[in-house]
Design a protein around this ligand. Structure first.
Ligand SMILES: Nc1ncnc2c1ncn2[C@@H]1O[C@H](COP(=O)(O)OP(=O)(O)O)[C@@H](O)[C@H]1O
Ligand SMILES: [Mg+2]
Length: 386
């Protein structure tokens, strides 16, 4: 058993947190250069919009946060104040919630009710004037917001026209795993333009290796990770090109070594880490699902206990049961369908259409994790009520 304060291979586990921003981002120089080029006009009084697109764990959030620092520093040198304000739209998934976070950047105590969206926009505009600053608003996971038919993206992209500002006071950066243009109304799409897209490809094996080596230096005591461990983890994670998964494996491998009171992290610990994390069904991915997606996924797991494929009708029944167990009101059929599609987009379930006498039916399956394990994990997240 691991014990607090016992010997450890780690010197600073905090450097493995997903929120920790390392001093440099290997293999993302090209994206940072592109951003620097795009946003140069902002320092001369202009504004800009940009899209960051790529699959999970390709460094989009890390690059956006790193770039925030760079542009704020450059602003100081150019005598143009820039405030980069980061908003995660999965956590703040309505226009008002996003606006509240924007206003609170300047006024921590701004009340969370009693103001309309347009009042909050005006307040935000006044803060920008008062502080003589340009805001770079970063909307991460923007697809979550755009799927709700928001006005905010449009309003922010035309902020100065809308608020009658004589300056160019707002730039917008949108981040998403999927193309956002199909989710936008034509007016927003045209203000954004298709030119400012920055793509993030999946990391290759060697790229993951250098990302891992950086974390090994930062988080582990010197010489405590055997050289092949990095190679092995990079190999495992390269199937998905996902740096988040690679770092999660490295963390769990270190913890496995500590559990066994070993001085060094070896290949067996990396393998044990892989056995604990189920490929793309990582804890972090499950944690990010909202409650109804968790409940639909739970229903899929339960429907698939004794079979490889399940019809959606059975899953929907199980979803209603799961909702009851959690005291949640089940969403309507069309919304349930959307959840299935969203879970598929996240790679958590797969669907196939089968053509029978009764027409076509959709069959759902789960490939990457034993459904029993998935059910246990989800129940742990949901608080264990059955
Ligand atoms: N090029 C890189 N160098 C160092 N760490 C990276 C790099 N790319 C991603 N990471 C790390 O991997 C994890 C996932 O990256 P993140 O930016 O959250 O991915 P995304 O937003 O694309 O899903 C974070 O811990 C991040 O710090
Ligand atoms: Mg991200």
């Amino acid at each position: 058993m691991a014990s607090f304060g016992g010997p450890s291979v780690f010197k600073d586990m905090g450097k493995l947190d997903f929120d920790y921003l390392p001093p440099g981002l290997p293999h993302r120089e090209a994206q940072l250069d592109q951003l620097t080029g795009l946003f140069r006009p902002v320092l001369q009084g202009g504004r800009q919009t940009a899209f960051l697109i790529g699959s999970v764990g390709t460094g989009k959030t890390a690059v956006a946060k790193h770039f925030s620092k760079l542009i704020m520093e450059a602003g100081q040198k150019h005598n143009r104040r820039v405030d980069a304000i980061y908003v995660n739209c999965r956590r703040r998934s309505s226009d008002k919630a996003v606006l509240l976070q924007l206003v609170r950047y300047f006024d921590k105590h701004f009340p969370d009710r009693g103001f309309s969206s347009s009042e909050m926009i005006d307040t935000f505009a006044r803060f920008l004037v008062k502080n003589n600053t340009h805001a770079l608003i970063i909307l991460d996971e923007a697809d979550v917001l755009l799927k709700k038919k928001t006005d905010l993206v449009y309003l922010l992209s035309r902020f100065d026209e809308e608020t009658g500002s004589s300056k160019k006071s707002v730039s917008v950066m949108l981040i998403s795993q999927q193309d956002l243009f199909p989710l936008m109304d034509s007016a927003s799409a045209s203000t954004f333009g298709r030119t400012n897209i920055i793509s993030f490809g999946k990391y290759s094996n060697t790229e993951l290796l250098s990302i891992l080596e950086q974390r090994i230096d930062l988080a582990f005591k010197p010489g405590r990770v055997e050289p092949e461990v990095g190679d092995l983890i990079a190999d495992i994670a390269s199937e998905w090109g996902d740096a988040r998964y690679a770092i999660e494996l490295l963390t769990k491998a270190g913890m496995a070594a500590d559990d066994e009171h070993k001085e060094e992290v070896g290949a067996e610990h990396a393998r044990a880490a892989k056995a604990h994390t189920h490929s793309i069904v990582t804890d972090s991915k499950l944690a990010e699902l909202d409650i109804h997606k968790k409940l639909v996924l739970l229903a899929c797991a339960r429907s698939l206990k004794n079979k490889a494929y399940s019809i959606t009708g059975d899953i929907e029944k199980n979803y209603h049961v799961a909702c009851e167990g959690q005291g949640e009101e089940a969403r309507k059929h069309t919304q349930f369908w959307k959840y299935i599609k969203d879970l598929e987009a996240l790679g958590l379930v797969d669907t196939k259409v089968s053509h029978g006498q009764g027409g076509t039916t959709t069959m759902v399956t789960i490939r990457d994790i034993p459904v029993k394990v998935l059910e246990e994990k989800l129940m742990a997240f949901l608080g264990g009520i059955r």
